[in-house]
Design a protein. Structure first.
Length: 408
């Protein structure tokens, strides 16, 4: 998609604002911090005559000096060590609700957040394993959103349980807790679903929530993974004001409320072991780098037989699941077997993140599955059991993920 198409929704939003405000001139700028902004100018002027020419000229001179000084200060500040895109008041904590049996399915431990989209509160699956805000068409009711003509498709899950979604690229102003987006965030408005890209497709235009194992009775999925997409529908948190970081704090297993700390300060990062990611080839719409967060060097061991696999830390995956054609067996790991989960640093040092013996096969604690790849590349997702054991720091600006063992 070309750069002009990427800004299509933002331009339409700016024009709409101009019309609604009685203004007739608008322009776009790309600021030094790479955040796209639109500026709307009031072109109305008073009648011009000779008696006011001098005062207008002097006024314009003072105005030009003010603008010059303002930008000089801005440039000098931007060269300082303190990043202009971070302020302490951008730090925001939002509740993270844990649903243990959505749809009466004990295998679906689900983290949920509520965000505001164009003035409508939406309950969404908080998913570190996917990218972008993807809202069911009916979730916003009759609220108008700016939609593009571009059709977007996206898939959730792995064969044979894949859910394909299809819809329009759209834009909306969102608010996460007390933190509003300054610009429209690109998202996917879901119109149809299918079991494969070949269809058949089922319309969900009038459906406010989707009761399946992926959406779990919610209005959509809030994907905050670091990978970028060609459509530009990417991590919304990295497109809000701040430092592009967040900390996921699950409660103790069995409790129902944790939190997501957006834009954590330096003192909030103390105690995390950090792992660096490889850069992705695409950028987010605001120019921030995408990262290959599904390629952490990880390994899983069953009774001493280790399998190294590219690893994703995934709140959207209720269980820990490995996909490979070289696993010792396939299915759910039975009780009595010892499971060790590890992540490697860039230097090759192994960090054991979990070591347990399966006792009850409980999702969120010790439910682990070994699976065939279904034609995909070998990979692994560390699911909700990891998040009940660790606080996890995600830093999109720097391409870092951090783990800190819980003390509860």
């Amino acid at each position: 998609m070309t750069s002009s198409n990427r800004l299509n929704i933002t331009r339409k939003f700016a024009l709409k604002q101009a019309l609604n405000s009685g203004l007739n001139s608008c322009s776009f700028q790309r600021h030094h911090n790479k955040l796209f902004r639109f500026n709307i100018y009031d072109s109305h002027r008073a009648p011009c005559d000779s008696c006011c020419h001098f005062s207008r000229t002097v006024g314009q001179l003072f105005y030009n000096c003010f603008v010059f000084i303002f930008f000089a200060i801005s440039i000098s500040v931007s060269g300082c060590g303190k990043d202009l895109i971070y302020r302490e008041d951008f730090k925001t904590s939002i509740p993270l609700s844990i649903l243990y049996n959505p749809l009466n399915n004990s295998n679906l431990v689900t983290p949920v957040i509520t965000i505001n989209v164009n003035g409508i509160d939406c309950k969404l699956l908080f998913d570190t394993g996917s990218q972008g805000l993807r809202l069911i068409h009916g979730a916003l009711g009759t609220t108008a959103v700016d939609t593009d003509q571009e059709v977007v498709t996206y898939g959730y899950g792995y064969p044979p349980g894949v859910l394909e979604i299809r819809g329009r690229m759209a834009g909306a102003l969102i608010k996460v807790g007390d933190l509003p987006a300054y610009d429209p965030i690109r998202f996917m408005r879901i119109d149809d679903t299918a079991g494969s890209l070949k269809g058949p497709w089922t319309s969900i235009v009038n459906v406010p929530r989707l009761n399946d194992k992926h959406f779990r009775g919610l209005a959509g999925i809030f994907g905050v993974g670091f990978r970028s997409t060609r459509s530009g529908i990417s991590n919304p948190l990295a497109q809000l004001p701040g430092n592009g970081s967040y900390i996921v704090h699950f409660p103790k297993y069995g409790d129902q409320t944790g939190n997501v700390l957006i834009n954590p300060a330096d003192q909030d990062r103390i105690g995390f072991t950090m792992y660096s990611l490889d850069a992705d080839s695409l950028l987010l719409p605001n120019g921030i780098r995408g990262w290959k967060d599904a390629s952490l060097p990880g390994a899983i061991s069953l009774d001493g037989a280790a399998d190294p696999l590219p690893t994703l830390l995934d709140t959207g995956s209720p269980v820990t699941e490995a996909y490979s054609e070289s696993l010792p067996f396939y299915g759910r790991v039975k009780t009595g077997h010892r499971v060790v989960m590890a992540i490697f640093t860039k230097s090759g040092k192994s960090e054991i993140v979990q070591d347990f013996t399966v006792q009850h096969q409980v999702t969120g604690l010790d439910n682990v599955t070994y699976n065939h790849t279904g034609g995909m590349a070998a990979h692994m997702s560390f699911g909700t059991n990891l998040f009940f054991t660790y606080d996890v720091l995600f830093d999109q600006h720097k391409g870092l993920i951090g783990l800190r063992k819980k003390t509860i």
